[in-house]
Design a binder for this molecule. Sequence first.
Ligand code: HEC
Ligand code: HEC
Ligand code: HEC
Length: 131
Amino acid sequence: MYDSGKILIGIIVFLILFTSPTWYDLVFGTPATKPNLVLPNKADQKECVMTTEYMRDNHMELLNIWRDDAVRKGDRIFTTASGKEFEMSLTKTCLNCHSNKAEFCDQCHNYLGVSPYCWDCHVDPKTVEIK
Ligand code: HEC
Ligand code: HEC
Ligand code: HEC
């Protein structure tokens, strides 16, 4: 005769293994690749336009301020706390230092599922040939 106890255990083990991808994801969260930021490495590009902490949390606000100042007020010069001057420009300034959008901006945004629509109009210099 068959051992119904062993069959039952067999079925339970099978069900646990068979459904494991589902409960593994539920318990541990779906695995995702962590952002891997490539930072500027030129000597004169070692500091951002604001502190790193500020930038991490507020770069989107700062970009809005830059846009409004540049486009509405015609004021295009931004002076940092240490007295350095930058043109308020997404492509010419941010992407001058952070020259690889894919290895910087996109790293976080893809990870978080954010997709700024800015690139519908603004240029990512890496994707066009500038002569
Ligand atoms: C002069 C070069 C330079 C410019 C211009 C610049 N950055 Fe940065 N940025 C840096 C550097 C260097 C760091 C990393 C600083 C550090 O290691 O603490 C940084 C850090 C950051 C961070 C935080 C990254 C992190 O580690 O969390 C963000 C976000 C950021 N920048 C966005 C921008 C945006 C948006 C602009 C344009 C408004 C901009 N940056 C302009 C050089 C620059
Ligand atoms: C350290 C991670 C990180 C880096 C690096 C980063 N971002 Fe972001 N970005 C975020 C987060 C977080 C948000 C906010 C998402 C939210 O609030 O919904 C965001 C939002 C934005 C937004 C607003 C988008 C929206 O739809 O509201 C813009 C614009 C933006 N980032 C531009 C940039 C640019 C340009 C760069 C590269 C120069 C950059 N970011 C680099 C993390 C980052
Ligand atoms: C529908 C097209 C369009 C979209 C989308 C757009 N912009 Fe712009 N943006 C413009 C135009 C046009 C100007 C004016 C260019 C000038 O006067 O130099 C401008 C100017 C700016 C400026 C100042 C000048 C410069 O060279 O960068 C900033 C900063 C800026 N935009 C940021 C953003 C950000 C951040 C986003 C996404 C959240 C965004 N823009 C989305 C069209 C757009």
